[in-house]
Design a protein around this ligand. Sequence first.
Ligand code: CDP
Length: 259
Amino acid sequence: MSEKPEHFIVDGKRLDGRRVDELRPIKIEIGVLGRADGSCYLEWGNNKVLAAVYGPRELHPRHRQKMTRSVVQFRYNMASFSVDERTRPGPSRRSIEISKVSREAFEPVVFTKFFPKTAIDVFVEILQAGAGTRTAGINAASLALADAGIPMRGLVSACAVGKVDGEIVLDLMKEEDNYGEADLPVAMTAGRQITLLQMDGHLTTEEFYRALELAKTGCDQVYELQRQALIEKYSKEYTTEIEDEDPAPAGEPEGDADE
Ligand code: CDP
């Protein structure tokens, strides 16, 4: 693990040169897995995350089926090689907790009532971890769900805020996450309905509300990047589909000859 830095903010700049209200760079690619119904690869700072969605599909074992709705299942998994100190493969207390809160982050937005007796399975694989993997996983899962065509009220966008050197900062990097005074991951809908809110560390009430406001601006920026990625993917696909259509044979009128 890296050493605790003496200062996190020098001359208004953080260790990686960002302002206190600046996100790390985000790169998004949608539809990267051929066998999944929806998928997304997302890089955020040093995080590299893959999300895959399968379903709606019949839920097994059948006694877990809900007669009036679909069951959303979420598995967050950290690859052993994703961190400096190799993690044990398989579920841990941490991954079970993150899977639970991530699933709950989508509960208010997915129209589960459309698909009784089914499961909608979301898998998030952390390939490289660098602070904020749960929020990165939620952002990727949100796009994978959209890519799978799962009806939703809207996208869910997430980011963390925290406190270092007594200042509230947006989108913690590794050192800030490990040695900072507070870490507050937040997920919300485009309408700013909060669907995940956790906190580690200490904040005064005033700092908490200030941090929450900063998180909202961060989620708005993430939402815009998610929206752009979807537009880019689907406008490209739509254009290709039109180009692929066979042109009418030369000299023949378009439409049905019997008309
Ligand atoms: O990743 P996130 O911030 O959502 O969750 P965390 O539990 O606060 O973990 C913070 C960071 O610690 C992760 O992003 C990883 O970079 C690192 N970590 C690690 O190195 N080894 C672990 N077993 C778990 C986390």
